[in-house]
Design a protein around this ligand. Structure first.
Ligand code: 5RP
Length: 226
């Protein structure tokens, strides 16, 4: 699996040009990309700036020698490279296993080209087939939002931290509800409706945003385009 992740990460380098501002995604696949990009920047003395979607991406970028800037310092983001947890046949995504979905969506949405890196295990027939939808919520509202999600026939669980007692707290100081849907028929509608619930900061459905999905398979990299 690591081999497939590295293979797509290497392929993504082909979309990078000197002078670009690059959105840096979160997760294990994007981590390979950030390291490879760092090498390229150093070797070819490129003038590239990264905008990280999380502390993970920021630390890795600094370690890899990629100069970083804040989102509010950039006039435009040329390209964003990010991972995903599920990809449906229309290239709608579920993201947020790493709890970085809010910043990821802001940066991926703003990018001139948004490129997704996955291995073939992430391809699904419909969103919600394997993974819950992570929803970032204001802490005080987690319980009312969990109840509200029953309207969608979704069962939500508060995400509990592994190396800390109590819930996961996002980089924005919020909680995450992982909502298991039976089947998401219309991702764009559900994405909008979830964000309409008071107290929801953002949700992990990324409908109609991905431009290119690079899929790592045993036969090589497959390119899917919208
Ligand atoms: C983090 C994410 C990740 O991009 C997504 O979970 C994929 O991660 P990985 O490449 O490790 O499978 O959305 O919030």
């Amino acid at each position: 699996m690591e081999k497939l992740k590295k293979m797509v990460a290497r392929e993504a380098l082909k979309y990078i040009e000197d002078g670009m501002i690059v959105g840096l995604g979160t997760g294990s696949t994007t981590a390979h990309f950030i390291q490879l990009l760092g090498k390229l920047v150093m070797e070819e003395e490129l003038e590239i700036y990264g905008i990280p979607t999380s502390y993970q991406a920021k630390l890795l970028a600094l370690e890899s020698g990629i100069p970083i800037i804040d989102l509010d310092e950039a006039d435009a983001i040329d390209v964003a490279i990010d991972g995903a947890d599920e990809v449906d046949p229309d290239l709608n995504l579920i993201k947020g296993r790493g709890a970085a979905l809010t910043m990821e969506k802001i940066i991926d949405y703003r990018a001139g080209t948004f490129i997704v890196l996955v291995d073939e295990s992430k391809l699904v027939d419909y969103l919600g087939q394997k993974m819950p939808v992570p929803i970032e919520v204001i802490p005080a509202a987690w319980r009312v939002i969990k109840e509200e999600l029953e309207v969608f026939n979704a069962t939500a669980e508060l995400r509990i931290a592994k190396n800390k007692d109590g819930p996961v707290v996002t980089e924005n100081g919020n909680f995450i509800l992982d909502a298991k849907f039976e089947r998401i028929e219309d991702p764009l509608d559900i994405e909008i409706e979830l964000n309409n619930i008071p107290g929801v900061v953002e949700n992990g459905i990324f409908a109609d945003i991905a431009d290119i999905v690079l899929v790592g398979t045993k036969e090589g990299v497959k390119k899917l385009e919208r």
